[in-house]
Design a protein around this ligand. Structure first.
Ligand SMILES: [Zn+2]
Length: 168
């Protein structure tokens, strides 16, 4: 999937987590940004990706050591991140935002023909029985759907209170 679809999914997760934990404005923004970054982070193995262009050296290193869509798209990598965040005593809501952001990336890539090496270092390629071309119509529609859902999650309560105010 394109970076746009991945980040749209991450932002949606951040918005849902913020709302669920009723975070204040600062925490909400932080949570949404963290989830957004986490949702594109696995593509650090791809030097031409959004995140890869930002961290070129790290990206080259990961690409040469492991290849594309291997370690960074695996359950092992998500566990490593979980332990790191746990050791840093990251608040639960940020932790959920980051981990779910990363999981969403892997799931979305499993919807592409190339799939992911989910059980790295085992060389098994995993993908869903149905898959879609990166940059295709499904990919683009997913990005738009996630964005609309994010808006809805973020503004639903605001809209509700405005409506209640108008109707009362
Ligand atoms: Zn990827």
């Amino acid at each position: 999937m394109t970076g746009k679809t991945h980040s749209a999914a991450g932002l949606l997760i951040g918005a849902v987590v913020s709302r669920h934990f009723q975070l204040d404005l600062f925490e909400s923004v932080t949570c949404i940004v963290l989830s957004g970054v986490a949702s594109i982070f696995p593509d650090i193995c791809h030097t031409q990706s959004k995140i890869g262009r930002h961290f070129r050296l790290l990206s080259l290193l990961v690409k040469h050591m492991f290849g594309h869509r291997t370690l960074t798209h695996s359950i092992l990598f998500i566990f490593i991140f979980y332990f790191l965040l746990h050791m840093l005593q990251t608040p639960l809501y940020y932790m959920i935002g980051v981990i779910c952001g990363m999981i969403s990336h892997v799931i979305l890539d499993m919807l592409t023909p190339r799939g992911v090496k989910l059980f790295f270092p085992l060389p098994i390629r995993v993908r869903f029985p149905i898959h879609f071309k990166t940059g295709g119509i499904v990919d683009l529609s997913l990005a738009s759907t996630f964005s609309i859902m994010t808006m809805f999650v973020l503004f639903e309560s605001t809209m509700k209170s405005i409506l209640q105010h108008l109707l009362s």
